[in-house]
Every structure is written in structure tokens, then in C-alpha cells.
Design a binder for this molecule. Structure first.
Ligand SMILES: Cc1cc2nc3c(=O)[nH]c(=O)nc-3n(C[C@H](O)[C@H](O)[C@H](O)COP(=O)(O)O)c2cc1C
Length: 220
């Protein structure tokens, strides 16, 4: 799959099932995360992988955090805890801010870019992903589960696996560029950018095949 096809065809999975990423695939995905743009190369991020039986450990931490709130009904507690086990694996993305002249906002932007790289690398490998908010992310229990130090925050976690068969992905309408993008003209005015929509870009279905997957039809 070409880089542009990877960008344009990634979608958030609606139901993630086995197989999840292999250990080797996780290494590729994490390496891709570390190539996020990073002002002054501060590495203002780190990652925590949760898979297999360890998902139950995370679920327990979330359940304890939800119970500690004291006012949440049991079904809500169960639902929050269940988020830890709804995919074969997940990677939590931690904004690990560094003392620097680089503003915290820029450092957090790098962490967010790392999360997007995780989604894109998974897609390139033929896996599905879903970037989700971490339930009860400010609680002591969840912060401890991910080993968060003072000043560190969770950007989110990216759930990884295989999109369940028969679960179509909802369509995402193309955003008209003239609604979100402008170009600065020499006279100082901002002019709308021509409304090219993604469907008009050269992303063919063939180009969207995952890397390493068998391609149908003639080779060459
Ligand atoms: C920081 C962040 C947190 C998100 N948290 C959630 C979430 O908790 N639940 C959810 O359904 N979508 C969440 N999303 C949105 C999805 O990841 C996804 O981008 C959105 O549903 C659009 O789908 P698409 O990626 O297929 O276009 C989050 C996105 C971001 C950037």
C-alpha cells in the first residue's frame, strides 16, 4: 500500500476481534510511533502495550477507579472496565512531557502524532485500529496501571486487532476543502482552497491493499 492510500483508507474499527498484532507487528507499530515529528527530539511520549491476560489486570484497575467514584451504578462500572478487553491488544499513548523551551502543547502534539502513526502503521500491516479515550484517565488507579509520573498524561489508547466480519465501517463523508482550508493571498486576504474531495485523489482500491497481502488479478 502506498503512503497516500494508507492515509486515505484508514478507518476506525467498529468491532475488533482476533487476530491481534503479533509481537513482531507490535515492534513495527511502536517503531512507527517513534518517528512522529518531534521538536528538539525530546521524545515526549512513551507507550504501554496491554494484551492477553494483562487486559484483565487493566480492567480491574478501571473497575476499582470507577467504584472509587462512589456514585456510579454497577452497569456503568462494568462497561468502563469492559473497555480494557474489547480488543485483542491496545497501546496506551502517554504524553511524557520534558522540561524544555518547547511548549507543552507542541510536545503533546508530537504524542498525538505518534498515536496517529500507530493507527496508520497498523493499517499498513493489514490490521484494524481504534483510537479511544482512556476511561477514568485521571484516577489514581488508572494512572498507576500505566505507570504515569507527575506531569504525564494519557493522550488515549489505540485498540488493535482485526475488524469483525460482517461489521461494515460507517461511511465518513468527504470534507469540502473550502470549508476548512484557506490560502493567504499577497493582498493579505484569505481565499478558500478549491474544493477537491478525497475521492478525487489518486487512491485506487488496488493501492489500498495492505503491505504483504495477496493481490488478486494479474501481477505486474
Ligand atoms: C483523542 C481522541 C480520542 C477519541 N476517543 C474516542 C472514544 O473514546 N470513542 C470513540 O468512539 N471515538 C473516539 N475518537 C474518535 C475515533 O478514534 C475516530 O477517529 C472517529 O470515530 C472517526 O472515525 P474514522 O477514524 O474512521 O474516520 C477519539 C479520537 C481522538 C483523536
Amino acid at each position: 500500500m502506498g503512503a497516500l492510500a494508507c492515509l486515505m483508507t484508514r478507518r476506525t474499527a467498529t468491532r475488533l476481534v482476533e487476530p491481534g498484532p503479533t509481537t513482531e507487528q507490535l515492534a513495527v507499530i511502536l517503531s512507527a510511533a517513534t518517528t512522529a515529528p518531534d521538536h528538539k527530539m525530546l521524545r515526549p511520549w512513551r507507550f504501554v502495550v496491554v494484551r492477553g491476560e494483562a487486559r484483565a489486570t487493566l480492567a480491574t484497575a478501571i473497575a476499582e477507579a470507577a467504584q472509587a467514584v462512589g456514585t456510579l451504578p454497577e452497569p456503568v462500572v462494568r462497561k468502563a472496565a469492559g473497555k480494557a478487553t474489547r480488543s485483542p491488544a491496545l497501546i496506551a499513548v502517554v504524553a511524557a512531557r520534558v522540561q524544555s523551551k518547547v511548549p507543552v502543547g507542541e510536545q503533546d502534539a508530537s504524542a498525538a502524532a505518534a498515536a496517529q502513526n500507530i493507527c496508520l502503521a497498523a493499517h499498513a500491516l493489514g490490521l484494524a485500529s481504534a483510537w479511544k479515550s482512556v476511561p477514568l484517565l485521571d484516577s489514581a488507579q488508572v494512572r498507576a496501571a500505566f505507570g504515569l509520573a507527575d506531569g504525564e498524561e494519557l493522550v488515549g489508547w489505540v485498540e488493535l486487532g482485526t475488524q469483525a466480519q460482517g461489521m461494515p465501517l460507517p461511511s465518513r463523508p468527504a470534507v469540502p476543502l473550502d470549508q476548512v482550508a484557506a490560502e493567504l493571498a499577497v493582498d493579505g486576504t484569505l481565499r478558500p482552497v478549491a474544493a477537491v474531495v478525497p475521492e478525487q485523489l489518486p487512491v485506487s482500491a488496488a493501492a489500498a491493499q495492505p503491505i504483504g497481502s495477496a493481490r488478486s488479478g494479474p501481477v505486474g
